[in-house]
Design a protein around this ligand. Structure first.
Ligand SMILES: NC(=O)c1ccc[n+]([C@@H]2O[C@H](COP(=O)([O-])OP(=O)(O)OC[C@H]3O[C@@H](n4cnc5c(N)ncnc54)[C@H](O)[C@@H]3O)[C@@H](O)[C@H]2O)c1
Length: 365
């Protein structure tokens, strides 16, 4: 506080000005001095890990969360490469229709199977794993991809039931997938890959869907620790990647609306990979979503498979049709700087920093 006797003796207007000056003086005390930014290391990406051949004919893929969207596109691409595919999802009906698509593109009936499973349920997941090994004997590619969200309707301490379901599905489900498969994949002693699907929201944390952000931040931390453990394990041939999609045209928002709105959900408002503004057509929806800047799930799979084939980098941060690499990097840097500069958390969405953020973000090109 500014000395109160001085403020009082100066009168109301001058007193207020003095308080502002005093606060500025105090905030300067907390600023980093010139040249005191932490030194940064080199920008050398992760050395490649040998994952060649993992996504190739005869290998086995288990995709948790594959009844639509990104998981569906990954499954179809695996089939195209001649892989055997296990479609794991809580939505057995949609998963069965993805299976039909896989068979229609040339997969043999016995090489694409659906296993209905709630990824948040340990008993379900262990039974699913047992079934997979019984059917195929090996697993080379595990993708923990299932998630749900509420479309910005789950802030701190709102809806504890939604929080629990989101964390159980998005984070605990990823944990259970790794727990069920990774030890046996290591024991197989051949190149294998685990991909966990995170989100940019788990890195930059926009306010709104906090439960989702927490779950995806957890997936990032878990996957980083997993990759470190795998590469530190002598002769281990399993590698892990964190997939960070940009905006992708999928069912996730519509599934979220259905869940949150319950009976009140209006299917004519569905905006997803199969319908948009009530019009049932993947092509129509894709066009609308592209105009809004979204990638198709296929574009994302191009990126994902390219990275796995190359064995690097660990962070597969995808762009979309409106967000550039420079924008992603700038936003990540801004978030990290909240800590380093002792700014308000989530300062990107704070009144105090709005003008400054706008000015800085204009340079993210
Ligand atoms: N679409 C995007 O813009 C976007 C952006 C960032 C991250 N992601 C992430 O990508 C991943 C795939 O999502 P999508 O966009 O393809 O959405 P999607 O809704 O089409 O796919 C998610 C799948 O997970 C399944 N699932 C949900 N709960 C489950 C449970 N308890 N057990 C088993 N399966 C369950 C759903 O049935 C669905 O098939 C998710 O992890 C999502 O968070 C998507």
């Amino acid at each position: 506080m500014a000395p109160s006797w001085l403020a009082a003796s100066l009168g109301a207007g001058a007193g207020a000005a003095l308080v502002i000056l005093w606060q500025r003086f105090l905030s300067q005390q907390h600023r980093l001095g010139e040249g005191s930014l932490p030194p940064r290391g080199s920008n050398t990406p992760m050395a490649p890990v040998n994952t060649k051949g993992v996504l190739s004919a005869g290998k086995v893929a288990v995709i948790v969360g594959s009844a639509g969207g990104i998981g569906r596109a990954v499954a179809l691409r695996c089939v195209k490469r001649g892989m055997k595919v296990v479609l794991v999802d809580i939505d057995a009906q949609d998963a069965a229709s993805v299976r039909m698509e896989c068979v229609a593109t040339g997969a043999s009936e016995e090489n694409v199977v659906v296993i209905a499973c709630d990824c948040s349920n340990e008993v379900d997941m262990l039974a699913m794993k047992a079934k997979v090994y019984e059917l195929f004997g090996r697993v080379h590619f595990l993708m923990n991809n299932a998630a749900i969200q509420t479309n910005n309707k789950c802030g701190p301490y709102e809806y504890p039931d939604r929080w629990r379901k989101i964390l159980d599905t998005n984070l605990w489900g990823v944990y259970l997938g790794g727990m069920a498969f990774v030890p046996q994949m290591i024991a197989q002693d051949e190149p294998c890959v685990v991909v966990n699907t995170g989100s940019k929201q788990g890195i930059t944390m926009p306010p709104g869907d906090t439960a989702y952000n927490v779950s995806k931040a957890g997936v990032k931390v878990l996957t980083e620790a997993l990759q470190h453990q795998l590469r530190s394990t002598p002769s281990c041939k399993v590698n892990a990647f964190l997939l960070v999609p940009g905006c992708v045209n999928t069912m996730i928002r519509t599934r979220g609306d259905k869940w949150v709105q319950g009976e009140a959900f209006d299917p004519t408002k569905a905006q997803d990979e199969r319908s948009y503004d009530g019009v049932q057509s993947r092509d129509y929806s894709a066009k609308k979503w592209k105009a809004r800047g979204a990638w198709s799930a296929d574009e994302l799979v191009d990126e994902l498979f390219g990275v796995i084939d190359a064995g690097t980098p660990f962070y597969i941060i995808c762009q979309d049709h409106e967000t550039t690499r420079a924008q992603d990097d700038g936003r990540i840097q801004w978030s990290a700087d909240d800590l380093i500069f002792r700014r308000a958390p989530l300062s990107r969405w704070s009144e105090q920093y709005a003008a400054e953020y706008k000015e800085v973000a204009a340079k993210f090109i």
